[in-house]
Design a protein around this ligand. Structure first.
Ligand code: CP3
Length: 346
């Protein structure tokens, strides 16, 4: 197996900088669109053979150094007792947002084997077939909470922040059940065979540093601690690298760096050498602006090389975009990026 990605996660030397791309399976690939034309998104996530096929597409088409399980961060939220929809061409929608204690208390901790057998089955297929490591994932508790409380995507997170500020007991009740579900969900993914985990904290960066530190960070730590030996609450065998991706991280990176994760993933709004210093030299993942992939080939090459050079002092560097790849991205430009990063031998 090509283990450059796992070596970089552990801070070991690699012959080249490994690269994978957040949201690398998806609508920018014609091969994905072809499969998606006949099946809705949730059915695709819940059909192991199809989910495994689209997971492998970017590995074969782009030559990336890791695969990420095809699923969604909201799949376990559905099994906590919520009705989830993905309207065509729209973001996720929860019909009945959780905004009072009765609704919060009705949420249940998922049982992965019974509730999401298709996720574990997809992992088992993939670990037999892939020649690169497989990344499992979950949303970080706060990011999942925002969707459950707002009822979908949000611009200003008014319901979420007001709950945090005026009814912390309710906020904590929801965070607690999400955290418990996330721990058992990720443990089951590890047991099924994933080689690494990424925790997506897409919306942590909308908070003040004080709110993040007080209300959100403890749950991130709890999740990661539960998966990390020797503190593992769940299984003794857990020891896969954990990547904590924090979008819009600049104001909270100094806090997020203490999560206990092996790698910190950062967005593009911060220079990667600055992020390395502010995270106190932990292995780093990132951080090209996804919009650079709409520019010219020479521009992409210069921007990618600049990031690799700025990260050359890091204990480990995994190249990635600073957030998910956008649906309209030209595939040839993505290939050029992967080749550029690989050609810069160490
Ligand atoms: O290739 C991969 O990265 C693996 C699959 C994956 C998806 N979603 C598939 C998907 C992963 C890792 C995610 C994570 C995810 N989902 C996040 C965190 C990362 C991020 O981008 O911030 C979030 C916030 C979600 C929630 C979500 N799912 C939204 C807001 C949307 C709609 C808008 C969008 O970004 O596409 C989705 C739908 C979704 N998840 C699609 C895919 C391929 C598009 C579905 C389709 O129409 O085919």
């Amino acid at each position: 197996m090509n283990d450059a990605f796992l070596r970089a996660c552990r801070g070991e030397k690699t012959p080249f900088t490994p690269i994978w791309i957040m949201r690398q399976a998806g609508r920018y690939l014609p091969q994905y669109q072809k499969i998606r034309a006949d099946v809705d998104f949730l059915t695709l996530c819940k059909t192991p053979e199809l989910a495994a096929t689209v997971t492998k597409q970017p590995v074969d088409i782009l030559g990336v150094d890791a695969a990420i399980l095809f699923s969604d961060i909201l799949i376990p939220a559905e099994k906590m007792g919520l009705e989830l929809h993905f309207p065509e061409n729209g973001g996720p929608v929860f019909k009945n947002p959780v905004r009072d204690i009765a609704a919060a208390k009705a949420l249940r901790v998922i049982q992965p084997q019974e509730d999401v057998p298709y996720v574990l089955e997809t992992i088992k297929i993939l670990v037999k077939e892939l020649n690169v490591p497989l990344i499992g994932f979950a949303g970080a508790p706060f990011t999942v909470l925002t969707y459950i409380v707002e009822g979908g995507g949000s611009k200003n997170f008014i319901h979420t922040k007001t709950m945090m500020h005026t009814n912390p007991a309710l906020f904590n009740t929801i965070m607690d059940v999400i955290t418990q579900s996330t721990i058992v969900y990720l443990s089951a993914q590890i047991e099924a065979g994933v080689h690494a985990i990424q925790l997506f904290d897409t919306w942590a960066g909308v908070l003040s540093a004080t709110d993040y530190r007080n209300w959100v960070f403890p749950y991130v730590k709890k999740t990661i601690n539960a998966l990390t030996p020797p503190l593992s609450l769940v299984q003794p065998h857990l020891g896969v690298p954990i990547i904590y991706f924090v979008n819009n991280c600049a104001g909270i990176l100094h806090i997020a760096a203490d999560s206990g994760a092996d790698v910190i993933g950062v967005d593009w709004r911060i220079d990667i050498d600055d992020a390395i210093n502010r995270s106190r030299q932990m292995p780093i993942q990132g951080n090209l602006d996804p919009c650079v992939l709409f520019s010219t080939r020479p521009y992409i090459q210069v921007a990618a090389k600049s990031i690799v050079l700025k990260a050359s002092g890091a204990k480990g560097h995994i190249f990635n975009l600073g957030h998910g790849i956008l649906p309209e991205t030209p595939v040839d430009n993505v290939k050029a990026l992967v080749d550029t990063v690989h050609e810069m031998k160490k």
